[in-house]
Design a protein around this ligand. Sequence first.
Ligand SMILES: Cc1ncc(COP(=O)(O)O)c(C=O)c1O
Length: 488
Amino acid sequence: MESCFTTAAARPARPPMTPEEFRSHAHVLVDWMADYMRDVGTHRVLPEVAPGDVRKRVPASPPESPEPFDEVMRDFATLVLPGITHWNHPGWFGYFPANNSPPSILAEMLTSTIGAQCMSWQTSPAATELEQATMEWLRQMLGLPETFTGVIQDTSSTATLVALLTARERASDGDTGTRGMAAMAVPLAVYASTEAHSSVPKGVKLAGYGLDNLRHIPADNDFAMRPDELAAAIALDLAAGIRPACVVATIGSTSSTAVDPLRRIGEICRRHDIWLHVDASYAGAAAILPERRAMLDGIELADSFVFNPHKWLLTNFDCSAYFVRDVPALLATFRVTPEFLRTARDADVVNFRDWGIQLGRRFRALKLWFVIRTYGVAGLQAILRQHIALAAEFRGWVEGDHEFEVMAPSPFGLVCFRHRPIGATDGERLDQLNRELLARVNARGPVFLTHTTLAGRFAIRMAIGQWQTTREDVARAWGIVRDEARLS
Ligand SMILES: Cc1ncc(COP(=O)(O)O)c(C=O)c1O
């Protein structure tokens, strides 16, 4: 019998790709994928394309008739690939890593094939329960307190927004969710160090606090938040009748991986009943190393914590692990249940759609589960230790060259440095010299580094953390930097 949606005339004569055709294309693709992973280091890290180069080669209108898959693949190879920046290149030292890994890629293939939308327990019980289980594994791996419960968010930016919204709701006893910010007789304030990530001001805007109510707390010489300045800013606000709602502490700041003093910040938050959110997007992964866990001293005083397995734990983007202490507060902020989503199981299960902003959810736990099982905790620890050791060695090379200087502590895989020819004085000329040096280094092709400013001065960032990076790749990068510096 015809369905009311599909008439015989509308139904395609045959599916665009039969299962057998899919199988044969997929085998070709898997071969391509394995070769790509093996050979990615032979590409330039950055493509040589100008703005608009790719776009102008894509037809302005979609094809009316089906095109052979081989042609689509041919265009992928000739049009798309030459315009790709290879984040998983062993010469990737830019920003922070966005790692994938073979088990993570295989899990993503399964996730795409199943195509489940995992908004509720019922819409895929295994997805919900695997997410609960892998978040609990991660909690144990990082040594987080048992009081934390985890949920996967797409990115840290979303997780931080979720924390800011929950903090807003708690500070207003739920009034802002019901009546809007106008319900607040007094403004709410948020505090973060001057080194906090841009996702904090973005979240502050989106959550309705208003940027005027974000306090930028000064950092010390190591770029970590100063608790005395935090306490002073809170006291000022209280005296002015402003209610402190949330502090965002950073473990591993984006510019230099500075570590805010969590315990002292947490004690201040507890004293004033302020939500403490910890942004450990990049560096949180290092807590799987017992010898690095001191950075989380005081974490039991935090209300929420985020880190990205998609940065430094070999799991494909996107996968952000968000842990929260007060689950009822989270649910009170996000739960809205229309009749069409109710199920007979709701009282007995977790519906992760109530734990964040989006309704529809990807099955992200599968790749994490594959990664943790395939490498084991010990395997992941070995990879991170290797990256940290390579960063320490790179730092030693910089320190040992009197024409270069290190610009910040480097507790993880990131080293911030600059070229400083003998006799050169601090200032815009030195900044420009380093800007040009970085551009020449990246123009070479086999490596890619990025920059930041530290205490107002231009700094080159060498972020070591790509899973295929070896000592040889790091040494090559240092060689290129020194070669190019000689031309300055
Ligand atoms: C400290 C910190 N917070 C937040 C982010 C944003 O991460 P995401 O891309 O997952 O939103 C980054 C990205 O590098 C970061 O370093």
